[in-house]
Design a protein around this ligand. Structure first.
Ligand code: PEP
Ligand code: CO
Length: 459
């Protein structure tokens, strides 16, 4: 293999990196400026996440990864960040309780801007313009100026990511995430819903247990894990120029870390073995995830894992399966078997969003919650029956009361409701009720495996 450098990806073919900036010197100037900007995360934090993910790979923890399909400049608001953070905290409570295992929380946040698009252009009324590719590249408005890539957007995305991360750190460690606050994480708009009532019942049980522990001397003051939480960030490492600029040598280990996020993932459309994205990701020490869909054969998956993780370090690789509810049972068993028999250490996670997108007659891109639920369930059952740990989930979700995905048992979103609060800048997201409903379903499924293993032990 040739020598890796942060820029060695540049000599290889790549997909979905825009090459139509009007002035490539201006792009290079911005990238140079970014190289002088402070890191957004520290290498030690990425190492800590890797060791938490190693616990997931070993079946000792569960990964909850979620957030917007695409962050946007327009939707940037502290209330939106708070609502996202607290719905993830609620989900983590439900999952921890159900699975009886710690939950590793990773946001699709503080850098999730650039999007691979199915078509490079969009046509409206006979006018053809470049597709919208995310706020760090171009604008959503359908006019030539907005759709022309502008490198200054990278600086704005960096600034927004830094401010986002700052608030997330404050929420995580400043008192908001104290377990004594679990009742307060309920979202205002969801206060009467069925999921929220289920959540309240659970909180009462946990609070009772905490009262008991407190009587025994275990309090948030004496036990820091109860007073604060770890919250990590991730995004698709799509714009390699930006990722390269954020990649720095860690002074304690002498190794390269991409300091734009704790964890990066390679999209389903950019995971070619000999292309730029895999080349870039093989040289960084951060945990890396790979989205995998139906066109990936078991042999190629093993090659991909080996290129990215030649030392077979647990926690380095997360495989995010995204097949669609009708296909997961067909494709996943063979891959799970190949990974298991070859002894590669991975986290298995399920993205039940990207294989379940449909378009309504009125032109809305949506996803039926029933199909999302069904894919998660099938994913877990397949892995469980292959003796692998169904270690995590990856959701596109928001803490807002949006109407983007169809169904849900708390407040059903019907086709005619989609238009009322359809705010996404890219793909449809679960709203807070729908996301919590999924957390309960997963907790139930994981809980049944817990009983299984107790039964197995008893036998
Ligand atoms: C995404 O996660 O937004 C995405 C584009 O997914 P995938 O690469 O799996 O299609
Ligand atoms: Co998406």
């Amino acid at each position: 293999m040739t020598k890796w450098t942060p820029s060695s990806w540049r000599s290889l073919p790549s997909k979905h990196i825009p090459d139509d900036y009007p002035d490539s010197n201006k792009l290079a100037e911005v990238e140079t400026a970014l190289k002088g900007h402070p890191p957004l995360v520290f290498a030690g934090e990425a190492r800590r996440l890797k060791s938490r993910l190693a616990d997931v790979a070993n079946g000792k923890a569960f990964l909850l990864q979620g957030g917007d399909c695409a962050e946007s400049f327009k939707e940037f608001h502290p209330d939106n960040l708070r609502d996202m953070f607290r719905v993830m905290m609620q989900m983590a409570v439900v999952l921890t309780y159900g699975a009886g295992k710690p939950v590793v929380k990773v946001g699709r946040i503080a850098g999730q801007f650039g999007k691979p698009r199915s078509s490079p252009v969009e046509e409206r009324n006979g006018i053809i313009l470049p597709s919208y590719r995310g706020d760090n590249i171009n604008g959503m408005a359908f006019d030539e100026k907005s759709r022309t890539p502008n490198p200054k957007r990278l600086l704005k995305a960096y600034g927004q990511s830094a401010a986002t991360l700052n608030l997330l750190r404050a929420f995580s460690t400043g008192g908001y995430a104290n377990l004594r606050n679990i009742h307060k994480w309920t979202l205002g708009f969801a206060s009467q819903s069925k999921q929220t009532n289920r959540y309240k019942v659970l909180c009462d049980k946990i609070s009772e247990a905490m009262d008991f522990m407190e009587a025994c001397g275990v309090t948030p003051e004496s036990t820091p894990q109860m007073a604060a939480t770890d919250y990590y960030t991730s995004h698709e490492g799509l714009l390699l120029g930006y990722e390269e600029a954020m990649t720095r040598i860690d002074s304690t280990t002498g190794r390269w870390y991409d300091t734009s996020a704790h964890m990066l993932w390679i999209g389903n459309r950019t995971r070619q073995l000999d292309h730029a994205h895999v080349e870039f990701m093989r040289g960084i020490e951060n945990p890396v995830a790979i989205k995998i869909g139906e066109d990936l054969e078991a042999d190629d998956l093993i090659k991909l894992i080996d290129k990215l993780n030649p030392e077979n370090e647990a926690g380095k690789i997360t495989l995010i399966a995204r097949y669609g509810h009708t296909k997961v049972k067909k494709h996943l068993p063979e891959l799970a078997r190949a990974v298991k028999t070859s002894g590669r250490h991975v986290v298995w996670s399920c993205d039940p969003m990207h294989g379940n997108t449909i378009k309504t007659a009125t032109g809305y891109k949506t996803r039926p919650v029933d199909n999302i639920l069904s894919e998660v369930k099938s994913f877990m059952q397949v892995l469980h029956s292959e003796n692998c740990w169904p270690g995590g989930v990856h959701f596109e979700m928001t803490g807002q009361n949006v109407t983007e995905c169809l169904g849900g048992s708390a407040r059903v979103v019907r086709e005619e409701d989609l238009s009322s609060r359809y705010h996404t800048h890219c793909d449809p997201r679960l709203n807070a009720d729908q996301a919590l409903e999924l957390a309960f379903l997963i907790a139930e499924e994981l809980g049944s495996y817990k009983k299984d293993s107790v039964t197995k032990l008893a036998v």
